[in-house]
Design a protein around this ligand. Structure first.
Ligand SMILES: [Cu+2]
Length: 140
């Protein structure tokens, strides 16, 4: 994570299948609630997404924070909850950078490929009004 408080921009690099956790269905090794990205409201978020998985395509779609029973089977970019907050489905060693405004709310960064989200390939992103700088919160 890199950020600049004067321009209010934060950049994250997220790597699919960074390690073998959750059979590679992870972002930087994290899945489900293992890490939460926190960003102050009004900032600009950019994400460089890289797929290191030789066996499966992956994507990122910004979705609402689902309850466990409502996790969709798959999700395409047109359902992203903020404009432009999604990547294409990337194959092995492809990468894409996206950028979108941080509007207050609780979201997931969600892999839209069929069954990946249900299988745990998502991490929370929260945008908070009273936060001063971006932060990562790791579940104990
Ligand atoms: Cu995936």
């Amino acid at each position: 994570m890199h950020y600049d408080t004067s321009s209010k921009q934060v950049h994250f690099e997220l790597i699919a299948a960074k390690n073998a956790n959750n059979n590679g269905y992870n972002y930087n090794g994290y899945y489900q609630n293992a890490v939460t990205l926190k960003v102050p409201a009004g900032w600009i978020i950019s994400i460089t997404f890289i797929n290191r998985d030789a066996n499966a395509p992956h994507s990122i779609v910004l979705t609402p924070a689902f309850s466990q029973n409502d996790i969709p089977d798959e999700q395409t970019g047109e359902f992203a909850i903020i404009n432009r907050a999604y990547t294409e489905v990337l194959h092995a060693n492809e990468q894409e950078t996206i950028s979108f405004p941080a509007k207050e709310g609780r979201y997931w960064l969600f892999c839209g490929v069929k069954r990946h989200g249900i299988d745990g390939m998502w991490i929370p992103l929260t945008v908070e009004r009273d936060l001063q700088i971006p932060a990562l919160h790791f579940r104990q």
